[in-house]
Design a binder for this molecule. Sequence first.
Ligand SMILES: Cc1cc2nc3c(=O)[nH]c(=O)nc-3n(C[C@H](O)[C@H](O)[C@H](O)COP(=O)(O)OP(=O)(O)OC[C@H]3O[C@@H](n4cnc5c(N)ncnc54)[C@H](O)[C@@H]3O)c2cc1C
Length: 305
Amino acid sequence: MLRSALLSAARSPALRSAAEHSTLARPIVHRFVAGDQLDSALTVARELVADRLVSMDHLGENTENRAQAEETTQAYLTLLGRLDDEGLADRVEVSVKLSALGQSLPGDGQSLATDNAARICARAAGAGTTVTVDMEDHTTTDATLETVRTLRRDWPGTGAVLQAYLRRTEADCVNLAGPGSRVRLCKGAYDEPSSVAFRERSEVDASYRRCLDALMAGQGYPMVATHDPALIDHADRLAQGTDREFEFQMLYGVRPEEQRRLAARGSRMRVYLPYGSAWFPYFMRRLGERPANVMFFLRSFTSRH
Ligand SMILES: Cc1cc2nc3c(=O)[nH]c(=O)nc-3n(C[C@H](O)[C@H](O)[C@H](O)COP(=O)(O)OP(=O)(O)OC[C@H]3O[C@@H](n4cnc5c(N)ncnc54)[C@H](O)[C@@H]3O)c2cc1C
């Protein structure tokens, strides 16, 4: 209930505008978001790469016009230029949302987003790094996978994201487990109907296990994006005694001590690092994942009044 309410609030333009212009929420937002500006995000990235890998995300989604899509594309090109100049590109890749690159625009939105993503992939390749295409709500899954397929023709290292809560995902994992295929497996962060998604936590976790089994048995490169200790153990068990290459991924601000522990024992550990002023929908999804975050957030308001 609470999660659905938060995810519905995440789509409200009025709430979004009010929150993003308010300074009250900033301290808690900055637990999950590395600042509004690229410079502050790069400062955090420089610290993280001491023991972890990073995937940087310029926040934004559901772009409303072509100018915004171009602005987001330019922000990624600038980011990649800085990663290149500062020698960070061997440890930092980027994550992009196609809806921020124009996918949701009427008419040629899908091809505009694919073209913009291709410009970002070309710059990333020039810098010596990769791009992973985030997955958004289920109405975009087919179109997003189609774009990833197109991008992989020229940039085979382009990463896809699959969400274990979708009933279709086990089959997608089998299809995407081919040689060279980088696939990030997460549980899924949107409010999806039961017609397309498992709604019970136990069902999502069981699906995650089956999906991970398929990816780990395949020939691609699994990216195990979860903070769930039972699923981290499951990945460890599948990899034990094999030379299987894979990486763990976690969000900036979530279980940082576990991130450091996995990195210290020699596991490949990547942190998803978002930055930018359009933080509201991302932040609301983080609140929805853990009720304790909501209390912490509300307390941050009451303690200021
Ligand atoms: C690197 C990465 C990339 C992602 N990319 C996408 C994407 O492209 N599309 C998409 O739909 N989803 C994405 N997600 C989000 C994902 O789908 C889940 O919503 C999120 O990771 C929570 O699921 P979990 O696997 O950690 O399990 P959960 O069962 O939700 O959490 C397990 C434990 O982790 C801790 N935890 C989890 N979330 C939080 C939080 N927000 N705050 C504090 N503690 C927390 C808690 O201790 C919790 O008990 C991504 C997640 C990661 C880690």
